[in-house]
Design a protein around this ligand. Structure first.
Ligand code: GDP
Length: 137
């Protein structure tokens, strides 16, 4: 199993619910190491650039609006099979469809306010980590 890094964002709804610690604990409990983390409020420009792949999707405007409504916690998680492991911990995009015990099933409200983001593949992970942590060794 290869050591990987992946980007995680705790979205504004989960930060407002005061569950940052609970979510980070799930990553650590599953064997992932937090190698970088910061709290920040995304500008519209940053949110738009980060989600540029979704630019043509009907929900793009809503997504950018939502991601700029309050602070987020952006982290780099490292571990064996980190990308898939994080996706498993997160659960399905729509919290109504997320498996019991996943972060989205436990903490998310809706498909927009769905508690967390996680990179979906090795290339995306590289780009997303570099987007927020350009100097990370
Ligand atoms: P993820 O990888 O599970 O986060 O899902 P996607 O990459 O497909 O979508 C990125 C984000 O866009 C999701 O986490 C949602 O917040 C949002 N999103 C995806 N699909 C929809 C949708 O149909 N409606 C709305 N409002 N937001 C969506």
């Amino acid at each position: 199993m290869t050591l990987q890094r992946t980007l995680s964002i705790i979205k504004p709804d989960a930060v407002k619910k005061n569950v940052i610690g609970q979510i980070l604990s799930r990553f650590e409990g599953a064997g992932l190491r937090i190698v970088a983390t910061k709290m920040m409020t995304l500008s519209r420009q940053e949110a738009g650039e980060f989600y540029a792949v979704h630019q043509s999707r009907p929900f793009f405007g809503e997504l950018v609006d939502y991601m700029t409504t309050g602070p987020v916690v952006v982290s780099v998680l490292e571990g064996a099979d980190a990308i898939n492991l994080n996706r498993k911990l997160m659960g399905a995009t729509d919290p109504k469809k997320a498996e019991a015990g996943t972060i989205r099933a436990d903490f998310a409200d809706s498909i927009s306010a769905n508690a967390v983001h996680g990179s979906d593949g090795p290339e995306t992970a590289k780009t997303e980590v570099a987007f927020f942590f350009p100097n990370l060794k």
